[in-house]
Design a protein. Structure first.
Length: 183
């Protein structure tokens, strides 16, 4: 008999719990502000500029740099960073790209434009790291090659000295045989 009132109590609690509104679970990832149009336009601009000849790229770079100096907006900042990261451009400057985009690397309220900027920032930092690693590896190879060359040079000098000593000894023998009286 005591089970029946408990069962009723449990059913009543479960029934009432359906009326209670639980707070919504929030996602740990911040919501991205939809600026798809701006990000899309910027990426389309970069795609167009990347395919231009260097002289026209330089004109675009100068225009973007001037626009950023006049108005340091997010889109102008990203366009300048993209222009500075154009492959094989003489004005390519990874350090400046990093400095332009560094504040966006830890942005807590990202827009799509800022997420593109964060991606460019991370890729540029990684490229710099890889270049430094390659430079260190290259310097290590050069030092190793220099040590091998110095060792070979040292061996060759030692061989030359040995041959010179043998030649001197042969000359001494030759002189002694010429001075010796003939019988």
């Amino acid at each position: 008999m005591t089970c029946l009132p408990r069962a009723g109590l449990v059913l009543a609690i479960v029934g009432l719990s359906g009326c209670v509104e639980l707070p919504e679970m929030t996602s740990p990832v911040p919501a991205v502000v939809d600026d798809t149009r701006g990000a899309s336009d910027t990426l389309a601009w970069f795609d167009r500029v990347a395919g231009l000849p260097v002289d026209e790229q330089r004109r675009e770079f100068t225009a973007v740099q001037s626009a950023f100096e006049k108005t340091a907006s997010d889109s102008n900042r990203l366009r300048l960073a993209l222009a500075l990261s154009l492959p094989q451009a003489p004005w390519r400057d990874d350090a400046r790209v990093i400095s332009l985009l560094a504040e966006w690397a830890t942005d807590t309220k990202p827009t799509l434009t800022r997420q593109v900027a964060q991606l460019l920032y991370r890729l540029t930092v990684e490229r710099q790291r890889l270049l430094k690693d390659e430079q260190r590896r290259s310097e290590g190879l050069q030092q190793g090659e220099q040590k091998r060359t110095e060792a070979l040079l040292h061996d060759e000098r030692r061989k030359v000295e040995e041959l010179q000593q043998k030649l001197d000894a042969l000359r001494e023998i030759d002189r002694n045989t010429l001075k010796a009286p003939r019988r």
